[in-house]
Design a protein around this ligand. Structure first.
Ligand SMILES: Cc1cc2nc3c(=O)[nH]c(=O)nc-3n(C[C@H](O)[C@H](O)[C@H](O)COP(=O)(O)O)c2cc1C
Length: 548
């Protein structure tokens, strides 16, 4: 497929999967509970290694999630890799209500359906000095399923190429998991979730004194080869699509290269892979357009993504909880206290973390330049007037944004905000009803202290690279994760909102074409707890020896 057709297909998918007030994107209409996808991928027949649980959480503070100032790099041992995964892709709790129970994870997911799977490519270890391996991370048991092994010589070639010690993480998406509930719009949600997962891994790496770096030049096909997807017998409709590969390394070191040469990738193509993927559902609906957009947005080999950010210090309120505690506590609020106002410094503090800094998590994962800004509905922030605000996460684009937005906006810089926050008041007013309506009439967007739409530079990015469609959603998911943790750190809670009325937001901002598009919503405030729901520890279902 040529690039022009790919661009057209991606743009068509995006347009077609917009929710409109009188027409939601095509979905299943009702939930087919008999075929609800099983939330855990298991490779049946693959050897399973249970990972140890943390005896005690790292004490590094909230800021260490971002700037790693308090953390010395830990050795890259299997125990520490285990704790990195426990605090990023592991279970966070079980909930039960009305005879049903369901697991929650450190990484959030639209509809709690968890389309994102994680793989590890590990170097030879002390116990297996001759062989490295390719593993699937199984969060249900906090274990690694061994899919393949390779000799130490192959790992040495990778090590020589990147120039430093480390290991690799691969992420993939099972589109069916989301399509079961959300139909055609599911491709968007899968990519949001990938963004959340990247940020989760980046933060968890951060509290180990490590960094995750995207090996951005790799093609999806390369990742499929490395992870053995081309040698896996997927069940129909349940195939996994490769998303990206991350190099994890000590944060003080700089990789010599951020790719893997084709000859190294080819060396993986002859490895045998163990294990059969479990069946997730008996029956499936065929959402053809997802297959089409996935094909149109497939990533080829590219140059490395460059990004240079500022160096401003993180200002404003300090959190008292440790980074790990905040990660474990993170939950989506189901309802908000519509009387509760939040503190203005806490508001600035949360937003401040969404602005990338050089060498700071999670945006130093290397997804390239900022493409996403925030249109914010301030409902209840003490000492800040209600209204519609705009945060430019990178000020170089302000002039163009102003040109494309409604002409009557004030664009008045919020003087009380720290220097690092290019926050503008566009229009004062009570936006509670409008914000809720724009988020598919969900009250959580109007009852909170503030909610927002993530506005991406759109057509230009898609025309430049159709696969960039996915990358835009990754960036929004990463911002979402920053907001989730920022909210928890300030004693509040956030909720990602994938259900929103796209063009209602565009009309509100005066955007008349697809130069900019709203790609994700988010809301933050004081949560109301549903006391009917019982919470259980994350690994209570395991045998005592392996319990957390
Ligand atoms: C991409 C994304 C979209 C979401 N969209 C909505 C939404 O539209 N409405 C809502 O109430 N919750 C939404 N959520 C919250 C999820 O339902 C929640 O993350 C999931 O149930 C897991 O719960 P937890 O976040 O507490 O772990 C969304 C979450 C994500 C990551």
């Amino acid at each position: 497929m040529d690039k022009k057709t790919r661009v057209e297909n991606v743009l068509r998918y995006h347009e077609r999967t917009k929710h409109q007030p009188n027409r939601f994107a095509r979905g299943p209409g009702h939930l087919d509970w008999a075929n609800e996808p099983y939330p855990f991928r298991v490779f049946e027949g693959a050897d399973l290694f249970r990972l140890p649980f943390l005896a005690k959480d790292p004490s590094a503070g909230f800021l260490s999630l971002f700037d790693r100032s308090e953390t010395n790099p830990l050795p890259l041992t299997l125990d520490h890799i285990a704790s990195m995964f426990e605090l990023s892709m592991g279970l966070s709790a079980w909930k039960s209500f009305g005879g049903n129970s369901w697991a929650l994870r450190m990484n959030p997911s639209s509809g709690n359906l968890h389309p994102t799977e994680a793989y590890l490519i590990l170097p030879p270890t002390d116990t297996r000095p001759d062989y490295g391996g390719i593993f699937h991370y199984n969060p249900y048991v906090h274990g690694l399923e061994k899919r393949s092994s390779f000799d130490g010589e192959l790992w040495q070639r990778i090590r020589d190429h990147v120039g430093i010690d480390g290991f690799l993480i691969g992420l993939s998406s099972i589109h069916w998991r989301e399509a079961w509930k959300y139909g055609e719009r599911a491709f968007r949600y899968c990519n949001h979730d990938v963004g959340h997962a990247i940020a989760c891994l980046s933060f968890s790496a951060g509290i180990h004194g490590w960094r995750v770096a995207w090996l951005s030049p790799l093609a999806d096909n390369d990742i499929g080869t490395l992870l053995g997807f081309d040698r896996t017998s997927w069940h129909a409709f349940e195939r996994e699509y490769p998303d990206l590969l991350l190099l994890v390394h000590s944060s003080g070191e700089t990789p010599k290269n951020l790719d893997l040469p084709p000859e190294i990738v080819r060396s993986f193509s002859s490895l045998p892979f163990e294990g059969l993927p479990n069946r997730l559902s008996e029956g499936h609906a065929d959402w053809k357009i997802i297959e089409e957009v996935a094909f149109a947005a497939e990533k080829p080999r590219t140059a490395v993504m460059e990004c240079m950010f500022g160096n401003d210090e993180y200002a404003i309120m300090k959190a008292t909880m440790s980074g790990a505690t905040i990660i474990r506590r993170r939950r989506s609020a189901q309802a908000y206290d519509r009387e509760a106002a939040m503190n203005r410094d806490a508001f600035f503090s949360i937003l401040d973390k969404t602005v990338p800094r050089q060498g700071c998590a999670p945006f130093d994962a290397g997804l390239g330049d900022v493409a996403v800004h925030l249109a914010i509905f301030v409902h209840r922030v003490a000492d800040l007037q209600q209204g519609l605000y705009f945060l430019c996460r990178d000020t170089s684009g302000v002039l163009n944004i102003k040109k494309c937005f409604r002409s009557g906006f004030l664009w008045e810089r919020v003087k009380a905000a720290p220097e690092s926050l290019a926050l503008f008041l566009l229009e004062p007013g009570d936006y509670r009803e409008i914000a809720a309506a724009a988020s598919c009439y969900q009250e959580i967007a109007g009852d909170s202290a503030f909610s927002l739409g993530m506005i991406a530079t759109f057509r230009e990015n898609i025309e430049n690279a159709p696969w960039g469609y996915r990358r835009l959603f990754w960036e929004t998911g990463m911002i979402g994760q920053v907001l989730y943790l920022g909210a928890e750190a300030m004693g509040l809670q956030g909720t990602g909102i994938g259900c929103y009325l796209d063009d209602m937001v565009h009309r509100l901002l005066g955007i008349t074409d697809d130069s900019y598009q709203s790609l994700y919503h988010f809301t933050i405030g004081r949560p109301l707890e549903d006391k009917r729901v019982t919470t259980l520890p994350p690994y209570h279902h395991l045998t005592p020896r392996n319990q957390k």
